[in-house]
Design a protein around this ligand. Structure first.
Ligand code: FAD
Length: 286
C-alpha cells in the first residue's frame, strides 16, 4: 500500500532558526510530501512570519504549502483579508483552526469575529474552494465537555467543507484506532490522518502532552528512562517508536501520516526511510 506523508513546520523567529528551517526543508522536500504545513502562532502572533515562509516555499520549491490559520481574537474582515492574500500568493490549502486564547481560559469570540471553526471554514470557502484540513482530538480536546461533543464538532467541520482531519499527536496507537473506528461509524467521511510526533526531547514532549491532554503510555516513558543526557540514543529510540507506530496504523488501513517535525529533519527523514519513503531519483539526463 502506498504511503503519503506530510510535514509540519513552524515559522522561525531568528536568523539561526530560519537557516535551520530551510536546511530541514531542503532535506525533506525530496521525499515528495503530499503537502507541507506552516503553523500560525497563538493569536496570530506569527502572522507575518507564517506568510513569509509560505511565500518562500511557493517561490523557491515545488512543495504544496498549507497555511495554518486560527480565528481567535481576530475580526472576520482581517481573517478574510489574510485568506484573500494567501489566494493571491498561490496558496490552495488551509489548515483551519479555532486556536487558543492568548491567556489560558475558555474561548471567547470577538464581537465581529468567527464564532467557531465550522464558521471559519464557511467564511474561507465563500472566498475560494480551498482544500481545508482541520484538527481532530482522539484523546479529547482539553476544552471539550465530552467525546460526543468532539465527534459532533468534527462532523460540523466536515459539513462546513473540511476535506481532511489531522489528529493531535497520540502515543497510544490503540486510542487512534478506536477514535477513527468511531468517527467513521459516526459518519465522518474524510481521511483521518494521524499526527506523528517523534519524541526526541522526551521531557519536552511530556510537558506538551500535559498541555494538550495527550497521555504518555508507561511503556513509552520506560523506553526513555535514564537517557536524559543521551541525545543520540533518544533519537534512535524516537525514530524506532514512531516507525513502529506508523507500521501498526498502516496494518489497520491508514495510508497518510502528518509529521510534526519541529523544524528538525533528521528524525523524520530516518522514520520515512524506515517506512520505505525515499527521495525521488533525479530524472534521467537531468
Ligand atoms: P476546534 O476543534 O474547533 O475545537 C476544539 C475544542 O474546543 C472542541 O473539542 C470543543 O469542545 C471546544 N470548543 C470549540 N468551540 C467552543 C466554544 N465556543 N465553547 C466551548 N468549547 C468550545 N494552534 C495554533 O495556535 N496555531 C496552529 O498553527 C495550530 N495548528 C494545529 C494543527 C493541528 C493538526 C492540531 C491538532 C492543533 C493545532 N493547533 C494550533 C492547536 C489548536 O489551535 C488548539 O488545540 C485550540 O485549542 C483548538 O483549536 P481547534 O481548531 O483544534 O478547535
Amino acid at each position: 500500500m502506498s504511503l503519503a506523508v506530510s510535514f509540519e513546520f513552524f515559522p522561525p523567529r531568528t536568523d539561526d532558526m530560519d537557516a535551520q528551517l530551510w536546511r530541514s526543508i531542503g532535506r525533506l522536500a525530496p521525499l515528495n510530501p503530499a503537502f507541507v504545513s506552516v503553523t500560525y502562532g497563538a493569536g496570530g502572533s506569527t502572522r507575518e512570519r507564517t506568510h513569509a515562509t509560505i511565500k518562500r516555499m511557493l517561490a523557491e520549491t515545488q512543495l504544496k504549502p498549507a497555511a495554518h490559520l486560527t480565528c481567535v481574537g481576530s475580526s472576520r474582515e482581517s481573517i478574510d483579508e489574510i485568506v484573500r492574500d494567501y489566494l493571491r500568493s498561490g496558496v490552495r490549502h488551509i489548515v483551519a483552526l479555532r486556536g487558543d486564547m492568548p491567556e489560558p481560559g475558555p474561548y471567547a469570540q470577538v464581537s465581529d469575529g468567527y464564532e467557531s471553526t465550522p464558521d471559519l471554514i464557511r467564511g474561507i470557502r465563500k472566498i475560494w474552494p480551498f482544500e481545508i484540513s482541520v484538527s481532530a482530538y482522539p484523546e479529547r480536546h482539553p476544552d471539550s465537555p465530552s467525546a460526543e461533543h468532539d465527534y459532533a464538532l468534527l462532523r460540523a467541520k466536515i459539513d462546513a467543507g473540511a476535506t481532511r482531519a489531522i489528529t493531535q499527536f497520540v502515543y497510544d496507537t490503540d486510542v487512534v484506532l478506536r477514535f477513527a473506528d468511531r468517527a467513521y461509524r459516526e459518519g465522518v467521511r474524510v481521511p483521518i490522518v494521524p499526527g506523528i510526533m517523534p519524541a526526541t526531547n522526551f521531557k519536552g514532549v511530556v510537558r506538551m502532552a500535559k498541555r494538550c491532554g495527550a497521555s504518555i503510555p508507561d511503556s513509552l516513558a520506560r523506553k526513555f528512562e535514564g537517557l536524559d543526557n543521551d541525545l543520540e540514543t533518544r533519537k534512535l529510540i524516537a525514530a524506532t517508536v514512531a516507525a513502529e507506530q506508523v507500521e501498526k496504523l498502516r496494518r489497520h488501513g491508514f495510508d497518510s501520516f502528518h509529521f510534526y517535525t519541529l523544524n528538525q529533519a533528521d528524525l523524520t527523514f530516518a522514520i520515512c526511510h524506515l517506512l520505505g519513503v525515499r527521495a525521488e531519483a533525479p530524472a534521467a539526463g537531468s
